[in-house]
Design a protein around this ligand. Structure first.
Ligand code: PRP
Length: 208
């Protein structure tokens, strides 16, 4: 069998994903979340694991630099990458939400300023409601924006809700549930079909 390249997203669900792979019998002995190393091989070198920024995983997979990616639905939606999404690993569960200082969105049709790490998701959500917005793209600590007047509301991920709570913000609208997904490059799905299907069926059994 040909080796497959698996792009794993750095961040919170990485450890749970590695634990799930171990359950399937796939081990990367020298892998450690805090390691600065970016490439790892399993015991029989049938899988090459590359450890990349979550928001880059869909790009690696779309471009064929990785055959398979394991990444949050948030990054898949934001990237709009042309890939196959084949499995929900049911880890890294959280949701996209609109949050702010107030309990609800304003009634009037005024233009809102929305701070977010996810401009495409924010634009799509408000476009569906017919609400005009200006997006302020941030790369982190988004909850700060409404506190200092940089934005009216935020569109962000909520997991435990602690970050919102500790900053005096509340969820105003839920947008979509998120979890970690397995994605596949379209060409690899055809050319490495056996390897891809085997990994998916191993993961499915481990999830049961
Ligand atoms: C994410 C997200 C929220 C927070 C939500 O940020 O953007 O800020 O986690 O998690 P919670 O509901 O459990 O508090 P991350 O930790 O990735 O850091 P960042 O602000 O630097 O992006």
């Amino acid at each position: 069998m040909q080796p497959i390249t698996l792009a794993l997203a750095k961040g919170r669900p990485a450890k749970s994903t590695i634990d799930l792979l171990v359950k399937t019998g796939i081990q990367f002995h020298d892998f450690h979340e805090k390691s600065r190393k970016l490439v790892f091989y399993n015991d029989d070198r049938s899988i090459k694991l590359i450890f990349v920024k979550a928001m880059d995983v869909p790009t690696y997979v779309e471009k064929g630099a990785a055959d398979i990616g394991i990444v949050g639905k948030d990054n898949i939606l934001e990237s709009k990458a042309d890939i196959y999404e084949l499995l929900d690993l049911k880890i890294g569960k959280c949701k996209f939400a609109v949050a702010g200082k107030k309990e609800q969105m304003p009634e009037q049709n005024q233009q809102l300023i929305i701070a977010t790490k996810y401009p495409n998701i924010a634009k799509k959500h408000f476009a569906k409601k017919g609400q005009s917005i200006e997006v302020v793209k941030l790369n982190g600590s988004v909850e700060l924006a409404p506190l200092i007047g940089l934005a009216d509301y935020i569109v962000d991920i909520v997991e435990t809700g602690n970050t919102l709570k500790e900053n005096g913000l509340s969820v105003i609208e839920d947008i979509e549930n998120i979890s970690t997904r397995l994605i596949v490059n379209k060409a690899s799905f055809a050319t490495k079909s056996a390897e891809v299907q085997q990994l998916i069926s191993q993961l499915k059994s481990a999830l049961e």
